[in-house]
Write a protein that binds this ligand. Structure first.
Ligand code: CA
Length: 413
């Protein structure tokens, strides 16, 4: 633990020497929108600590947010602006988006978010996506929802689309309630990353909607990670099932804006990244029933400059494994590499950032990142939103920018 706190502190110091660019997901005054640098044609070759790597553009998309690998090869990609796209195994982007998605709220950073394929996708073709759902009676009001639909190869329309989960985080009606700490607008902090674990349960991250006062309410959906069956029901083994005043879908609580979620197959553990307030971006190891502190505990500062109630070491609350900033680090997704294509990276944690490139950490036997990270792809100035290992052991990356891209990272020569 001391090692980790020390590491967090040294990372904080290190962060001061890196990018001063700040980015999204928060009040414009606190984190001015950073559109990122324009990505060149590529490809790019780099020398890294474990040898040469090669990076190439697969396709150009508008604000790509999440991707899923298809068993027949190729990928499905969400664009935050509300489109689902197909890229074939040979890398060809279908110019025609897949339609049939529900109406969604796409103001600010709202919109189409994470994507996951059903564990039996090869036979049932079920696609899951998180999105910002609009209240039909008030266009200012939205919440996080998870849709499911069937997609057949070659089709340009999702079939049998339905919401399997709609969070109770309906929020945005004017006038907004009075909130503490200089919290941002109602069109932020949805979470929306999806993941099926090896037991076939669906994990869904839900943000605090910039209304952090509601997160520590165990009955609310604000600032939670949920664990549910493939049709949105409460599975066996959730920590608060049958307890009065507790939402039974909740797996962990105390999150601010959890935008990254990864399963480490080597250790059987779930990991998460979240946007904290100023200087409080976090990487967390997610335990069943864990409380990760927000809005009571954070190592960052509130946006109005106030200190949080507590910084660390609070009974009943779990401190992050890694903390970043200031300046804002702005974490994208994370992953643990298990492939054979880049043997030097076996077991390593990769973490996207909007301001500091792609970070690679060595991990110890229990999967905890150790030592200083290796900073990769920093020179490209991109907002690295998603990072996923492909079935062939290469790594796919998404840049969350208006002129965004899908990129493939593989060994160089
Ligand atoms: Ca926390």
């Amino acid at each position: 633990m001391d090692l980790r706190l020390g590491l967090a502190a040294s990372l904080g110091a290190l962060a001061l020497t890196f990018g001063t660019v700040q980015a999204q997901d928060d009040p414009p005054a606190a984190r001015p929108t950073f559109s990122g640098s324009e990505l060149g044609e590529g490809p790019w070759d780099y020398h890294t600590e474990y040898g040469p790597i090669h990076l190439a553009v697969v396709a150009r998309l508008e604000r790509p947010w999440g991707l899923a690998f298809l068993p027949e090869g190729g990928i499905l990609v969400t664009e935050r602006v509300g489109r689902l796209r197909h890229i074939a195994a040979d890398g060809t982007l279908d110019p025609q988006p897949i339609t049939g998605l529900p109406a969604m709220y796409t103001f600010g950073i709202a919109g189409l978010k994470g994507i996951a394929l059903h564990p039996q996708f090869a036979t049932n073709r079920l696609v899951y996506m998180a999105y910002s759902k609009i209240d039909p009676d008030d266009e200012n009001v939205s919440t996080l929802a998870v849709m499911r639909g069937r997609w057949d190869a070659g089709s340009h329309e999702l079939a049998e689309v339905e919401d399997i989960f709609v969070a109770d985080t309906w929020y945005g009606a004017m006038p907004l309630p009075e909130r503490c700490c200089g919290q941002g607008p109602a069109f932020g902090s949805y979470g929306g990353r999806l993941l099926f674990d090896p037991d076939g349960y669906l994990f869904v991250t839900s943000g605090d909607r910039n209304y952090g006062e509601l997160v520590q309410d165990p009955a609310s959906h604000y600032g939670k990670i949920f664990r549910m069956t493939d049709d949105g029901r409460v599975p066996e083994g959730n920590p608060w099932v049958g307890m009065d005043g507790h939402e039974p879908l909740v797996w962990s609580t105390g999150h601010r804006n959890p935008l990254g979620l990864a399963y480490n197959r080597a250790t059987g553990e779930l990991w998460e990244t979240e946007f904290g307030p100023r200087g409080g971006d976090e990487v967390n190891r997610i335990l069943r029933g864990g409380n990760y502190g927000w809005i009571t505990v954070t190592q960052g500062m509130h946006y109005n400059g106030e200190q949080a109630e507590a910084v660390r070491n609070v009974d009943g609350m779990i401190d992050p494994v890694l903390v970043y900033g200031p300046p804002s680090f702005n974490p994208g997704n994370l992953m643990f590499y298990q492939g054979d294509l880049l043997p030097g990276w076996q077991g390593d944690m990769l973490l996207g950032s909007f301001t500091q490139g792609l970070l690679r950490y060595d991990t110890n036997q229990v999967g905890i990142p150790i030592g200083e990270p290796e900073y990769l792809l920093q020179d490209l100035g991109q907002r690295w939103r998603d990072v996923q290992e492909a079935p062939d052991g290469s790594i796919y990356l998404l840049t969350d920018q208006t002129q965004g891209a899908v990129l493939r990272l593989s060994p160089g020569e």
